[in-house]
Design a protein around this ligand. Structure first.
Ligand SMILES: Nc1ncnc2c1ncn2[C@@H]1O[C@H](COP(=O)(O)OP(=O)(O)OP(=O)(O)O)[C@@H](O)[C@H]1O
Length: 130
């Protein structure tokens, strides 16, 4: 009788997924920028002492941006295999996919401003800037 959960198969899938994440941050320029941005946000988060809910919101935004970038990269690679030559539909597919990343990034910036903006203002007030 086959086992209900094949742990070895799960572990193999996990390794392939990890390979995908490593390739994303190793070879994709935009993903590298998003990684650096997330590191900067983490430093700012520790510096401004975010609370648990704020960390949860920020980390959710980081995850959304990274996941969107990974999906976009996958779609671009698939499109390049399906149609190495230029095609108007491939243009639409790639533009939509890139647009999805831009939407997520723009909303992440808004969330970042909402969270860090008030913290920064409070800090500036504390050090007597106004
Ligand atoms: N096969 C294609 N047919 C039509 N338009 C394309 C095609 N490939 C890319 N484009 C257009 O170019 C934009 C950028 O695509 P992409 O990020 O894949 O870069 P690229 O032009 O293929 O060059 P590179 O792969 O060197 O980055 C897409 O959003 C799309 O507008």
């Amino acid at each position: 009788m086959s086992r209900w959960i094949d742990v070895r198969k799960n572990l193999r899938s996990f390794r392939f997924a990890a390979d995908g994440i490593i390739a994303l941050f190793r070879f994709e320029n935009n993903a590298k920028i998003h990684l650096l941005a997330a590191l900067a946000v983490a430093v700012a988060g520790f510096w401004l002492r975010l609370d648990r809910i704020e960390w949860a919101l920020i980390l959710t935004q980081v995850a959304l941006v990274w996941a969107a970038e990974a999906f976009n990269t996958a779609i671009e690679k698939l499109a390049d295999v399906v149609s190495p030559e230029r095609h108007p539909q491939i243009k639409a597919v790639k533009d939509l996919s890139a647009g999805a990343v831009l939407l997520v990034v723009m909303l992440a910036v808004v969330v970042g401003i909402l969270i860090f903006g008030t913290k920064l203002l409070a800090w500036l007030e504390r050090i007597g800037w106004f």
